[in-house]
Design a protein around this ligand. Structure first.
Ligand SMILES: C[S@@+](CC[C@H](N)C(=O)[O-])C[C@H]1O[C@@H](n2cnc3c(N)ncnc32)[C@H](O)[C@@H]1O
Length: 331
């Protein structure tokens, strides 16, 4: 583990923790493909999510427990003291269109969730926070929502860096693009921080073939029926939607609804021996850069797909947290 001023660790609170992609990444000490991602100097002291199934997966994999709770029921003053707040806040539609002057959607129930993070920041003033969201957040509401979100974080007392990161440029076989927002209470930290450097050369990118499970190729349950294929072929000429992946490239983004993947949808599928097949939950987890030791089996496959598809890739989070450690914590 990296040393920061002796042996101390920074305390982490994780809101919207899901099955723990961000949490595993910031904690470190896991293996993915041939690499060991070393332990980082962070310790999670509180985690919450309102999805009981994602929490079950979380609790099977971490020694501390995830509380099944709606974040709107969290009283900020009762959140344990911490140094860094995490929040992959749910992707939401901010209802700010046609307002004069424009403001964020306080009345939209989902819009409120982001403010739960702001409330905790205002009350507890941790040294850092890390937020994560979909690329679409940058352009939501004709580009008006994102600057307002940043302003809310600034009003809570934070200097902000943000960057769109593509997982495939950080050792993950998936072209997932996500916005990371990193907040700093102290100007020196803000000044010193640098996002991790992406691998830009194609030869450094990891191909999907490295995480395909050969056992799944032998299991009929993952293959689409002849009927589904014929249905797809009837519309394919016009729609061209068979999203077969090139296994020599990183995969397209894994979504949370892979359980319902259809050949007429936009989710990635595989072609094996000239037959279409879906990814197994374990393959989805591999594509998201969870270690093979990550336990998934205590909930249904549908719930596994959902939690895994919602997650922040642990390796991507590790790279961001490692950069934070190197640029702000190691003297
Ligand atoms: C994008 S996912 C976060 C993924 C997680 N950070 C990870 O890396 O695995 C958003 C999460 O917010 C949770 N969520 C949505 N509404 C919530 C609420 N009102 N209270 C608590 N959690 C909520 C969802 O269950 C989901 O797990």
């Amino acid at each position: 583990m990296a040393q920061i001023n002796g042996n101390s660790t920074l305390k982490v609170v994780s809101l919207f923790c899901g099955c723990g992609g961000m949490d595993l990444g910031i904690q470190g000490n896991f293996k993915y493909l041939e690499n060991h991602y070393e332990a980082l100097p962070f310790e999670i002291v509180y985690a919450a999510d309102n999805d009981a199934y994602a929490a079950k997966i979380y609790n099977d994999n971490f020694s501390h427990k995830c509380e099944v709770k709606d974040v709107r029921d969290i009283v900020p003053s009762e959140v344990p003291d911490h140094d860094i707040l995490l929040g992959g806040f749910p992707c939401q539609s901010f209802s700010i269109i046609a307002q004069n002057p424009p403001r964020l959607g306080y009345k939209d129930d989902r819009g409120k969730l982001f403010f739960e993070m702001v409330k905790v920041l205002k009350e507890k003033q941790p040294r850092f926070f890390i937020g994560e969201n979909v690329k679409g957040l940058l352009s939501a509401n004709k580009g008006q929502a994102f600057p307002m979100i940043i302003k809310e974080f600034e009003k809570a007392g934070y200097y902000i860096h943000f960057k769109l990161l593509n997982a495939s440029e950080f050792g993950i076989p998936q072209k997932r693009e996500r916005v990371f927002i990193v907040g700093f209470r102290d100007f020196d930290d803000y000044f010193n921080f640098k996002f991790p450097q992406p691998y830009t050369l194609t030869k450094n990118k990891i191909a999907l073939r490295h995480v395909i499970d050969k056992e799944a190729d032998k299991d009929e349950k993952w293959f689409f029926s002849q009927r589904a294929v014929e249905g797809m072929l009837r519309v394919r000429e016009k729609m061209n939607k068979g999203r077969v992946q090139d296994i020599d490239q990183p995969c397209n983004t894994i979504s949370s609804h892979l359980a319902k993947v259809s050949l007429n949808g936009t989710d990635p599928v595989l072609m094996v021996n000239e037959r279409y097949r879906r990814f197994s939950p374990r393959e989805a987890s591999n594509i998201q850069s969870f270690p093979r030791s990550f336990k998934l089996d205590s909930v249904s496959e549908n719930r596994q797909y959902r939690a895994i598809g919602n997650a922040v890739p642990p390796v991507l989070m590790w790279k961001v947290a490692n950069s934070l450690t190197n640029s702000c914590l190691i003297p």
